[in-house]
Design a protein around this ligand. Structure first.
Ligand code: GLA
Length: 374
């Protein structure tokens, strides 16, 4: 059947940064991400022929998906589109074919959730630019299902959540157990969110990510033997850490200590933001980064260099790695009048320390994925 084109539509989906709460989501803990103004857009014509034809503006590469015969994964970016179509079908949500063009300002493999953004943008295109009768949390969970069950990445909900439910001007607190969430104000009149991209390829991220997650789950299995109320590391407090130390090997203990204290840091960061205590926010960012570097062991020399450059620049409130780690980006909360100084310091000191060039993005907290008004 020939395609019967409808009206051309545009959908968008943002990337995200995480302010704090790293590797806590899959431990049923707390996170504080923000959707950002770097984003993916798909311009498309809905069709009635059950075929998706999507062209990448950057390269001209074109993918074809038959919505009635979604194949196995291909280990390429197509999987995020096909996986979302698969998850929608599995949930009984009607999908449509389309002819589309994908443009992006969001760097890939940078720890800024280009995968979740592609899933959410695909969701909106596959439903013909509608919400498919779902709310934002349901869309996030369907896209997570695509990533876990089709793409095969055992990630938590944070990225899809932030990408789906972003609020302009705010960070988003999420309790990953109850799925309760609320926007948290950031002092954006005076301060900016600055992302520094290491320019280094992320190494071993999938295997190391899965290994960390398995260590957390193994620790919970041991702790639950004597205390069945412990269902996830979320249920462990810092007062309980000495007892944990006695039960697990040293490396597993370090992973647990990171997660337990990181959950507490998320709550303290929210309280500090709400009280306007930015010095405390800066200390919590520094503690979080040190813990990811030394206890969870997911940082890299390049991330450490960017964090040290940020932390030693006057006007930078806080600096830490963001996302899964092993390369990617740092997030910096910076007085607006110090952004140029940070840019200059990164331009001057980072190449000397690493032989690489970093990219610096000033980002604004943005709305979640959806249809762009014509
Ligand atoms: C990746 C995953 C998230 C989260 C972070 C680490 O971004 O997709 O679910 O686990 O790593 O905080």
């Amino acid at each position: 059947m020939r395609a019967r084109p409808g009206r051309a539509l545009v959908v968008r989906a943002p990337g995200r940064v995480n302010l704090i709460g790293e590797h806590t989501d899959y431990n049923e803990g707390f996170v504080l991400p923000a959707a950002i103004s770097l984003e993916i857009r798909i311009a498309f014509l809905p069709t009635d022929d059950r075929r998706v034809e999507l062209t990448l503006q950057a390269t001209g590469e074109r993918v074809l998906i038959d919505l009635d015969a979604i194949g196995p994964r291909t280990e390429t970016w197509i999987d995020y589109v096909a996986g979302t179509a698969w998850a929608l079908a599995e949930a009984g949500i009607p999908t449509r074919g389309f002819r589309g063009l994908l443009a992006s300002t969001l760097p890939t493999s940078a720890g800024l959730s280009s995968s979740a953004a592609l899933e959410l943008a695909s969701f909106w295109a596959l439903t013909g630019g509608t919400d498919g009768g779902t709310d934002g949390m349901t869309r996030a969970r369907l896209c997570l299902r695509a990533e876990n069950a089709y793409v095969g990445a055992n990630v938590g909900l944070m990225d899809q959540f932030a990408c789906s439910l972003g609020v302009p001007g705010a960070a988003l607190f999420l309790d990953c157990r109850t799925l309760e969430w609320r926007p948290i104000a950031i002092p954006l009149e005076s301060h900016a969110l600055v992302v520094c991209h290491t320019g280094s390829a992320r190494r071993l991220v999938a295997s190391e990510y899965n290994a960390r997650r398995a260590q957390c789950e193994a620790a919970v299995a041991v702790l639950a033997e004597t205390d069945p109320s412990i269902r996830a590391l979320r249920d462990v407090t810092s007062e309980m850490l000495p007892a944990v130390r006695a039960r697990v090997d040293d490396e597993t203990y370090r992973r647990c200590e990171h997660v337990v204290r990181e959950n507490e840091r998320v709550l303290r960061t929210m309280a500090a933001l709400e009280a306007g205590d930015l010095a405390a926010v800066g200390r919590l960012f520094a503690e979080s980064h040190a813990s990811l570097r030394d206890l969870y062991e997911v940082s890299s020399p390049e991330l450490d260099a960017l964090v040290e450059i940020g932390a030693s620049t006057p006007g930078v409130v806080g600096a830490r790695m963001t996302g899964a780690g092993f390369g990617g980006c740092t997030i910096n909360l910076v007085a607006r009048d110090a952004v140029d100084a940070l840019r200059a310091a990164v331009g001057r000191d980072y190449p000397a320390r690493t032989g690489l060039t970093a990219r610096v993005f000033v980002v604004e907290p943005a709305a979640g994925a959806g249809l762009v008004d014509a």
